[in-house]
Design a protein. Structure first.
Length: 314
C-alpha cells in the first residue's frame, strides 16, 4: 500500500457477509432501475420518432441546413475546415439516430446524402455498441464508396504530409531545429469518423446529445443565448437584492429620521407645556401678592390715624 493509504481494520466474517448481501441487493435494485428507465425511454422515443420525421422533412427544405449546423458547433469546426469536406458535407440532408433495443447497447448514427461528386453512398452508418467499458465500444458500419480520385480522407492525409515536409525543408534551409510559432497543425476531416479503425464515440455523442435535440439553435447560431439568459437572470436577481437592501436601509433611515422628528416634536410640546405651567404659576403668585399689598396699605393708614389722634390729645 502507498504511504498515503490507511491500513483497514479487519472486518468480522459475519459483518462482511451482511455487507456483501446488502451490496448484492443494491446492485439488483440498480439493474431493475436501469431496465425500467430504458423501457420508459424506448416508449417515449417511439412517440417522438414521428415528430423527428416531420422535423427532418422541414429541414430538407432549408439549403445546407445540416452542414451549417455542424460547422457552427465549436467542437466540430476543426473537422469541417477542409474545402473538400465542406463541399461534400453540403450534400448532407438528414441525420438520424437509431437506439439499439438492448439496454445500454448503444446506437446507430445515420447520415443521408444527396448525389455528389465524392462518393456513391446515399446512407452512411456508424454503429456503436457499448460494453462495460464505454471508452472502448464495439464499432461497425458502412464503408464509404469513394469515387475515383475523390477520397477526402486520403487527400487530407497527403496534404498534411506535404505541409510537414515543406516545413521540414524550411527548417533545414534555415539550419534551425527549434520549434517556431508557425508549427503546422494537422487538418482533420469529419469523414475520418467512418474509418474502420476509428473507434472513438466522442463526435457521434456530441451530435447525439448536444446537436440533435435542437439543431435549429446551432443553425441560427443562438446556442449560447440560453446560458446568457440564465446569467442575466442571476445578475438581475443580484441587482434586485442589492436595490432591496439599499431601499431597506433608506427606509430605515427615513424611519429613524421620522422617529427623531417625532421625538423632537414631542420634546417641543413638553417644553411649551412647562413654559405655560411656569407662566401660570407666576400669574398665580402675582394674584396672591396683591391682597397682601392692600393689607399693608390699610395698616399704614391706621398708623396715620393714630398719629392724628395723638395730635388731638395734645
Amino acid at each position: 500500500m502507498s504511504a498515503a493509504s490507511q491500513e483497514p481494520t479487519p472486518i468480522d466474517k459475519d459483518i462482511q457477509k451482511q455487507l456483501d448481501s446488502i451490496q448484492d441487493h443494491i446492485t439488483r435494485i440498480n439493474s431493475d432501475m436501469v431496465a425500467e428507465v430504458n423501457k420508459v425511454q424506448r416508449r417515449f422515443q417511439e412517440q417522438m420518432q414521428p415528430v423527428f420525421d416531420e422535423r427532418a422533412e422541414i429541414f430538407k427544405k432549408i439549403p445546407h441546413f445540416w452542414s451549417t449546423t455542424l460547422r457552427n458547433h465549436p467542437s466540430l469546426q476543426d473537422l469541417l475546415a477542409d474545402e473538400d469536406t465542406v463541399s461534400a458535407i453540403d450534400h448532407l440532408v438528414d441525420i438520424t439516430f437509431i437506439e439499439n433495443k438492448e439496454p445500454d447497447a448503444g446506437f446507430t448514427i445515420r447520415f443521408e446524402f444527396t448525389p455528389n461528386e465524392y462518393f456513391d453512398n446515399q446512407f452512411i452508418d456508424k454503429n456503436f455498441k457499448f460494453s462495460q467499458f464505454p471508452e472502448d465500444p464495439e464499432v461497425t458500419g458502412s464503408a464509404i464508396s469513394w469515387k475515383a480520385g475523390k477520397n477526402i480522407v486520403e487527400a487530407v492525409k497527403r496534404n498534411n504530409q506535404a505541409n510537414h515536409e515543406k516545413k521540414r525543408q524550411m527548417k533545414d534551409k534555415k539550419k534551425d531545429d527549434s520549434d517556431s510559432d508557425d508549427d503546422y497543425d494537422d487538418i482533420m476531416t469529419i469523414f475520418e469518423l467512418f474509418n474502420k479503425d476509428e473507434k472513438s464515440a466522442q463526435i457521434p455523442m456530441i451530435i447525439k446529445d448536444e446537436i440533435f435535440p435542437d439543431p435549429l439553435k446551432y443553425y441560427l447560431g443562438t446556442y449560447g443565448d440560453d446560458e446568457d439568459s440564465d446569467d442575466d437572470v442571476e445578475d438581475s436577481s443580484d441587482d434586485d437584492a442589492g436595490h432591496q437592501r439599499k431601499y431597506s436601509q433608506h427606509d430605515k433611515s427615513d424611519s429613524d429620521s421620522d422617529a427623531d422628528d417625532d421625538d423632537g416634536e414631542q420634546g417641543n410640546k413638553r417644553k411649551r407645556l412647562n413654559e405655560d405651567e411656569e407662566q401660570g404659576n407666576d400669574e398665580q403668585g402675582n394674584e396672591e401678592d396683591g391682597p397682601d399689598n392692600e393689607s399693608s396699605g390699610q395698616d399704614g393708614d391706621g398708623d396715620d390715624s393714630n398719629e392724628e389722634g395723638g395730635g388731638d390729645d395734645e
